[in-house]
Design a protein around this ligand. Structure first.
Ligand SMILES: C[S@@+](CC[C@H](N)C(=O)[O-])C[C@H]1O[C@@H](n2cnc3c(N)ncnc32)[C@H](O)[C@@H]1O
Length: 551
């Protein structure tokens, strides 16, 4: 039996009516050829659009393709007649490829981590959105029909993203109440259930703060087969959506746009509004605490877009993590290392993440190398806003055996090198009237780590802290802040050396946090110190050691 395609979207209706008109025209010899030709052109434009969008959009994953096929082939009338579903479910209500990919794109663009879907059907939209979530992201899908959870779950289980989805069976409004009572909040909400309740879902979500302030609310079918804007509509669902669209468009708490994709998707975002508390003692203090400094919320104030940074010792370990963190936060990054290959490898990694970067080879203990490094960055990008002087070395020896060579070598990289970099970058920054210098010191500047013996290292790092304090106070009134980070014992390739490995167990018993530091534990600190959010901080030694220096 051939299934007749039922028009469901404005474009499908245009196509259906144009096809009928063309048939009439073709059957009537009095119709001028020009009208026929123009009808055919309109038909080609209208009827080829959806297919083209499907072809050009990124293709669905194998589990999504399977879900779609299974949903289309299922006999929904039969399961309804057998009493397995409360309602007769039309398979056309599935979101499908273009809408699914649109939702997934919105998840990426809004950087959503928590999503709420109201009306899951067989889970095509849910799985599409889950695919866009980070590994620790989650999606709650509300669905009335228990049958649909059983239908979708085996395919969710086949997808690496399925475990992000929790299906809540029952009336969506009951689930919303439950979520609100638990204080839940979502970055993205997709409303796609019973149309007559759209307005209730919307009001409940906004009134109960279920949508994060910077979140996005997507609403499906907001054009409802074009009936929302055609006169004389009597369809109760279309009337419900008409009221819904009207209500949202005049709601001062949000901004909205209706995108004419498929049956229409409304994109709605919350905007901060000054509440009308006239006549009460409550009032909004109209200041930067309320609106954010320069209108930027605290997380935005840690962004480094447009900034130029360099990181020395960026070929591995802490420096590599710093380079990634600064780049992820928006800065252009010069990856500096004395090992050319390592610098180039990390620069390649950054490029893969879309970060502007260059690789520079320099031995920071040599004045000439430092000058070339600074000149190359300035000639490439014109400025230096962020200088991460991170390169350092550590050699172990009992103090009575420490050779002058070891002492000089350690000091020439750790202290002389840091000074050379601070001075060269500082000169550029003082000229600009702006700069953030972040030196890598060490917990060894505060305590004497043991049992390993590292006199030269400890002393040089204490010198880095004093260098930081002195420059930090000398340059702040000219816009240059100098701070340092003192990591505890970091799990880097360095500590896996033959000589240090046996000490790890010993160190662990000295660390309240019960583990060594990871380079990723230090990334937020460097971004904070590099950003304008830390502008009042200078000469500070930011210690990140899992509490080790306190025991
Ligand atoms: C348009 S379909 C959803 C399509 C789905 N979002 C997708 O991506 O394919 C609507 C779904 O909402 C469900 N539904 C209808 N009324 C509901 C309610 N009051 N509470 C929860 N789910 C409901 C229906 O059972 C149906 O599965």
């Amino acid at each position: 039996m051939q299934t007749v395609k039922v028009s469901d979207t404005p474009m499908e209706f245009i196509c259906e009516f144009l096809t009928k008109a063309k048939e009439i025209a073709d059957g009537n010899s009095n119709i001028p050829e020009e009208l026929r030709v123009n009808l055919q052109k309109a038909l080609d434009i209208a009827c080829s659009l959806d297919g083209y969008l499907e072809k050009m959009s990124s293709q669905e994953s194998a589990p999504l393709a399977e879900l779609y096929k299974k949903s289309m082939e299922h006999n929904w009338d039969k399961v309804f007649e057998e009493g397995k579903t409360q309602f007769r479910l039309p398979k056309e209500c599935i979101t499908g490829l273009v809408e699914g990919q649109t939702l997934k794109m919105l998840v990426h663009m809004s950087k959503a981590r928590r999503i709420l879907e109201i009306g899951m059907f067989t889970g095509y939209g849910a799985l599409s959105m889950a695919e866009g979530l980070p590994t620790d992201g989650s999606l709650v899908a509300c669905e009335l029909e228990p049958y649909l959870k059983e239908f979708a779950q085996p395919i969710f289980d086949k997808s690496p993203h399925g475990k992000k989805i929790t299906v809540k069976i029952g009336s969506a409004m009951d689930t919303l109440k439950e979520l609100a009572a638990a204080g839940e909040q979502f970055d993205m909400v997709f409303i796609d259930a019973d149309k007559s309740n759209y307005i209730n879902y919307y009001k409940f979500i906004l009134d109960n703060n279920l949508l994060h302030l910077s979140g996005v609310l997507c609403v499906d079918n907001s054009l409802f087969k074009a009936k929302v804007y055609l006169k004389g509509t009597t369809d109760p669902n279309a009337l419900a959506l008409q009221d819904f669209n009207q209500f949202v468009s005049s709601d001062p708490r949000v901004e909205q746009v209706i995108v004419p994709l498929r049956d229409g998707i409304s994109l709605i975002r919350r905007v901060p509004v000054t509440p009308a508390w006239a006549g009460t003692q409550k009032k909004v203090t109209d200041d930067e605490v309320f609106w954010g400094v320069n209108g930027r919320s605290i997380l935005d104030r840690m962004r480094l877009d447009g900034k130029v940074a360099y990181v020395t010792g960026a070929g591995q370990g802490i420096g590599r993590a710093f380079a990634h963190a600064l780049g992820e936060a928006g800065a252009k990054v010069a990856v500096v290392d004395q090992d050319q290959l390592k610098a180039e490898c990390v620069a390649e990694e950054l490029k893969l993440k879309g970060i502007h970067c260059i690789a520079i080879t320099a031995d920071i203990s040599k004045l000439a190398d430092v000058e070339v490094m600074i000149d190359s960055i300035v000639s490439k990008w014109g400025k230096i806003h962020i200088a991460c002087n991170n390169a350092g070395i550590n050699m172990n020896s009992a103090s009575e055996d420490t050779t002058l060579e070891e002492w000089d070598k350690t000091f020439s990289v750790n202290l002389r090198g840091t000074f050379l970099c601070c001075q060269a970058a500082g000169r550029v920054m003082l000229n600009q009237g702006y700069g953030k210098i972040i030196n890598t010191a060490s917990m060894a500047s505060l305590i004497v780590p043991h049992p390993q013996k590292q006199l030269a290292y400890n002393t040089s790092k204490a010198g880095v802290v004093k260098l930081t304090q002195t420059l930090g106070t000398e340059w702040i009134d000219r816009g240059v802040r100098v701070n340092c980070i003192s990591p505890g014992i970091v799990d880097t390739p360095l500590i896996h050396s033959e000589s240090l490995r046996p000490l790890v167990q010993r160190w662990l018993s000295d660390i309240p946090a019960g583990r060594l530091a990871l380079v990723t534990d230090l990334q937020a600190a460097v971004v904070y110190l590099a950003s304008d959010a830390s502008n009042y901080m200078t000469g500070h030694n930011l210690v990140i050691e899992g509490g080790q220096s306190l025991w």
